[in-house]
Design a protein around this ligand. Structure first.
Ligand code: NAP
Length: 281
């Protein structure tokens, strides 16, 4: 079997085109959506991710403001900087680029984001609402994966879903979103006794580990849907690409999950602006 492609680049492009139309409507009424990005330190990959988000904002007409802070900043200083953005009426969405340096209390920094500006879906408020099925901003990578699956008509209800990884921004919310859609969800993590055994049972696999080619092709159940959220140096995902010979659907790396993450961020930024200005019910 050769898997069909879950086309993240194409799906993101059509989502961004709708986002651009909504931005044009807002701008015509004198409102410009604005995203603030906060970057701490000078990690090369994080800088690239922020620049990509800023570039995509410009493409669709969203204004962006960059707040780049030294890696030596304290948690209190970072929290103050984010609170300032939370209080700024001109800012509609705030993105704190993850990960922050190890000495910073990331949770405290996330919680400084006003819930109505939490367009990256990282606060406790957003996570709780998303888990309970209350309308909320979703964590962008899992939210983007759900949009990608829906765009390709992938059935989720009653399917056995296995999520490898349980990070607060990716694996954990991924499983909650799949559960809300009536999948039967299993999480694997670094203490799971036999990841291969769990993966073999998956109708739908989401790999979010951060280890290149960690998921072996022989673990994949024939006909499974395989979503590779991993992005490792050298454009390598967390799933050995040979898994595409066994799966029914497969996300390329790059061009799968990555573009959907950014498109979801921008979609949610415009939603935040629409909600604030009463353009959206
Ligand atoms: P993370 O915070 O490092 O979490 C990794 C998860 O993998 C943890 O839950 C960890 O378990 C689990 N894990 C580690 N080793 C394992 C093993 N041997 N067996 C089973 N589970 C294991 O990483 P993340 O931020 O979630 O990112 C994961 C991947 O997604 C990375 O490649 C990252 O670059 C990529 N990513 C892509 C996008 C995108 O837009 N494409 C966005 C975000 C992240 P424990 O909880 O037990 O430690």
């Amino acid at each position: 079997m050769t898997a069909r492609i879950l086309d993240g680049s194409g799906t993101a492009a059509s989502l961004l085109s709708q986002v651009a139309d909504r931005v044009a409507l807002l701008r015509a009424s004198g409102l410009t959506p604005k995203l603030a990005t906060v970057l701490v330190g000078d990690d090369g990959a994080s800088k690239t991710y922020v620049q990509m988000k800023v570039n995509r904002c410009a493409d669709v007409g969203i204004e962006s403001v960059r707040v780049d802070l030294a890696g030596s900043i304290t948690t209190a200083q970072l929290v103050d900087a984010i609170r300032e953005l939370s209080a700024d009426p001109g800012v509609h969405g705030i993105l704190l680029q993850h990960p922050v340096p190890g000495h910073i209390d990331e949770r405290a920094a996330f919680e400084a984001i006003a819930p109505d500006k939490d367009v990256d879906g990282v606060t406790l408020t957003s996570f709780a609402a998303m888990s309970l099925g209350v309308p909320a901003f979703q964590s962008c990578t899992p939210g983007g994966i759900m949009r990608l699956l829906d765009a390709h008509g992938i059935e989720l209800s009653g399917r056995t879903a296995v999520v490898v990884g349980r990070s607060p921004i990716l694996g954990l919310p991924m499983g909650m979103l799949l559960l809300r859609r009536d999948a039967t969800v299993t999480y694997c993590h670094s203490r799971t006794a036999d990841v291969a055994d769990a993966v073999r049972r998956a109708d739908l696999l989401v790999a979010a580990v951060g280890r290149p080619d960690f998921i072996r092709p022989e673990w994949i159940r024939p006909g499974a849907v395989v979503v590779d959220a991993g992005y490792n140096p050298g454009n390598r995902g967390d799933v050995d690409p040979a898994a595409a010979d066994v799966a029914s659907w497969f996300t390329p790396v790059p061009g799968g999950v990555g573009p959907m993450t950014i498109a979801t961020l921008l979609d949610q930024t415009v939603t935040a602006a629409e909600l604030r200005h009463g353009v959206r019910p």
